[in-house]
Ligand binder design. Structure first.
Ligand code: GLC
Length: 737
């Protein structure tokens, strides 16, 4: 449609029709016999039959045939036959499930994330979907928060590269093109700063921290063209983000120049009442529209209040028109007025979903996302020895996440299946040893039936079988980890360990065989002191998705060489969280060896995480030369080059992510002790040497200053280059006015 046609359509719509476009409901309201829904959740939500058939969009359902039928039925009933938008959480894959975003961040390969998003878009589009609520661009620092799994980590610049790449993967240059879908950046803003890592909690952060650390990744996604943004549940400056006019109008719409659709998170408008910032639903409705929230997800706050607010003159109807026009423009951008079914195609579903190309990509992404945290040389494992796989993730297909419900466990490759393809069955034995969780594991409130807990005797038999297998083996590989419902939304944890039933098995196995290799399936950084201390090797597999079993065996057997680098620090223990590398110095910085006790430190643990941001081992070793700078000073508009030589000093080909960090030594605000400003993935053959160069330009030195300007300040800078954020090789330069 041309813009003037959209304008004419808007002008011809009734007020009720306009408000209907601003409502999003779940598909249950549209099923053949929706009476149960309308009298059940519908009634409690105040959603009436008339609201249902004026709704502008639906979330949470997919399938080419189903959505085509629903679209047809809906449009026939709609007064202006305006097509529905179909939206879904396609977070890390549709049917082919890729590693969780926290794992993808460990690849330090945004282009790979773009490819994964593109594949996910193709699978989503063919099932009839138009929009994904992804990528989540929230910066994360607190491993207690269950949703760190959906983030690409603790660095604002790296998160921005991944957010932009995923938006491009989902949307391409035009989300209206075939096999592309619209992308929704979330959760705006600073949801990851929920205090104490407790989900939905308030966020306490100053504007400097908000702008310096939390906003850049959203900005990168918007600059990449994200068609939607989703509000966050938390408060910012004490005001719920969803009705925070400064955040949504001044910062999002004006400063970031976002002119797309702003959708609330699930019932977030209604929740401003519980926040104590809206006197009731009517007040919430008015505040949200004034903040520019176009769509109310899954409540009747808009449908029950906006028309009356407009008719009473309390709300200027032009604000409603503004919201509705943005929604119509999105539908138009997707081509839905010309083809309301877009790419929905039952026949193509059969060939596109889980196709070999996507499975291969999932395997590549899983291999590159995994991080080798420890290895005393026992890996890669010698396949001509007796190997015991002991642990509940030996046979578990649940290696996806709680945010991949469009994918099916049955399609996931288990460790055992991958091992049986590759290893001599005469030399290999498998024993789960225990369930993933047992009665003591806290999974409050989840509908999922906790796996039928084995009886005491069954547990004993499982343990005996596992210990027998471990005793007789040359090496014991222990696939262990969190239950998949222990991370994700509403899954904050106060302890960062794997379930105790698994730790007990781990301790007993270590007592009978010291040659233990632990493979971890988890969605957050954990307290790995004991596992690392007792294992000869530790491979962090995160939640690797459909091809996880193959990827783990590729790495354990040395068919692939680990290259993952932590995108989020592994804390020493939960008491150390939040812990992150780009922290400020404080006035009393502590470093190991300083005797003065009046320093910023703990009495009982170190300041440093167990494993730092950017850390990850390889099966080979690398040597990085001292940093050479092309000069020791720079003026505005000039460029310095930092150069190192990197050599593979081991016996295997490998890939090393060389990282460059900068420190602004003195500035008008306290600056981080270092910030990632460049990285290069270098593939090297044994003994091969390469020069790696990083450009240093003045824009990289800019920061949010106390007067609200975003600028650099002259002075001294330090340059660090190495294999992780603890890199010590340094040089220095001065920025001149
Ligand atoms: C959830 C999540 C959000 C998701 C939305 C729709 O509450 O916070 O990330 O996209 O609801 O499922």
């Amino acid at each position: 449609m041309r813009q003037e046609e959209l304008t004419a359509l808007l002008q011809d719509m009734s007020l009720e029709e306009k408000v209907g476009q601003m409502v999003q409901l779940m598909a249950g309201f549209f099923q053949e016999d929706a009476s149960g829904v309308l009298t059940g959740p519908g009634a409690s939500l105040g959603i009436l039959e008339k609201d249902v058939w004026l709704t502008g969009s639906i979330l949470g359902t997919y399938g080419a045939r189903e959505l085509k039928e629903l679209q047809k039925k809906y449009m026939e009933r709609h007064p202006h036959h305006i097509p529905l938008l179909f939206m879904m959480d396609v977070i890390h894959g549709m049917k082919t499930i890729f590693p969780i975003p926290l794992g993808l961040g460990c690849t330090f390969e945004p282009e790979l994330a773009r490819r994964c998003a593109s594949a996910a878009a193709k699978e989503a589009a063919v099932t009839g979907l138009h929009v994904t609520f992804s990528p989540m661009a929230d910066l994360v620092r607190d491993a207690r928060w269950g949703r760190v799994m959906e983030s690409t980590g603790e660095d604002p610049w790296l998160n921005g590269l991944f957010a932009g790449a995923q938006v491009e993967g989902f949307q391409g240059k035009d989300p209206g093109k075939p096999d592309k879908i619209a992308s929704c950046i979330k959760h705006f803003a600073a949801y990851g700063a929920a205090e104490a890592g407790r989900d939905y909690n308030s966020a306490e952060l100053c504007e400097h921290t908000l702008r310096e650390f939390y906003l850049p990744a959203y900005r990168a996604g918007i600059d990449a063209g994200a068609a939607l943004v989703m509000t966050s549940f938390n408060t910012v400056d004490g005001i719920p983000a969803t009705i925070n006019t400064k955040l949504m109008r001044k910062i999002l719409r004006e400063e970031m120049e976002f002119d797309g659709v702003l959708i609330s998170d699930f019932s977030a408008i209604l929740e401003t009442v519980a926040h104590g910032c809206s006197r009731g639903e009517r007040d919430a409705a008015g505040k949200a529209v004034r903040a520019g929230v176009d769509i109310d997800m899954m409540t009747s706050v808009y449908s029950r209040n906006l028309a009356e607010l407009a008719r009473s003159g309390e709300l200027d109807e032009s604000l409603i028109d503004e919201c509705v026009m943005r929604i119509l423009e999105l539908k138009n951008k997707l081509g839905l007025f010309e083809n309301p079914y877009k790419d929905a195609d039952e026949e193509r579903e059969k060939t596109v979903l889980l196709c070999e190309e996507h499975r291969n990509l999932a395997r590549e992404a899983a291999v590159k996302s995994m991080v080798l945290l420890k290895n005393d040389g026992i890996l890669p494992v010698n396949r001509n020895q007796k190997i015991a796989f002991v642990g509940p993730y030996t046979d578990s297909r649940q290696i996806k996440s709680s945010w991949s419900f469009t994918g099916d466990e049955k399609d996931c490759v288990t460790i055992r299946e991958a091992a049986m393809e590759a290893l001599d069955p005469r030399l290999t034995v498998y024993a789960c040893g225990c369930p993933i969780i047992s009665g003591e594991t806290c999974l409050k409130g989840f509908t999922e039936e906790l796996s039928q807990e084995p009886s005491g005797r069954e547990l004993e038999l499982m343990r005996e079988e596992a210990l027998r297998a471990a005793r007789e083996a040359d090496v014991v590989i222990m696939p262990l980890g969190e239950h998949y419902l222990q991370t994700g939304e509403a899954a904050s944890r106060a302890f960062l360990e794997i379930p105790q039933v698994q730790m007990e098995l781990f301790r007993e196995v270590c007592r009978v065989n010291p040659n233990v290799v632990t493979v971890l399936f988890n969605g957050r950084p954990l307290d790995l002191r004991e596992i690392s201390g007792k294992s000869r090797a530790v491979l962090e597999a995160w939640r690797p998705g459909t091809e996880g079993g193959h990827a783990v065996l590729d790495l354990l057997l040395g068919r692939e060489n680990p290259s993952g680098k932590l995108s989020m620090s592994m804390p020493y223990c939960v008491g150390q969280t939040p812990v992150y590398y780009n922290h400020t110095s404080t006035g009393r910085p502590y470093a190991a060896g300083i005797q003065d006790r009046f320093r910023s430190r703990y009495l009982d643990i170190p300041n440093e995480p167990l494993y730092p941001f950017g850390y990850g081992l390889s099966y080979t070793t690398f040597e990085i030369s001292p940093v050479e700078l092309s000069g020791d000073r720079m003026r505005l508009g000039e460029t310095l080059t930092a150069r190192v030589r990197v050599k593979n000093t081991g016996s295997r080909p490998g890939c090393v992510t060389v990282q460059m960090y900068l420190q602004d030594v003195t500035a008008s605000v306290a600056r981080p002790v270092r910030e990632l400003k460049g990285f290069v993935k270098a593939e090297l053959e044994p003994e091969e040497e390469k020069t790696v160069e990083f450009s240093i330009e003045e824009p990289m030195l800019r920061f949010w200053r106390a007067d609200g300007s975003f600028a650099s300040e002259e002075g001294d800078f330090r340059v660090f280059v190495g294999e992780d954020s603890a890199a010590e090789k340094e040089a220095g330069f001065t920025l001149l006015p």
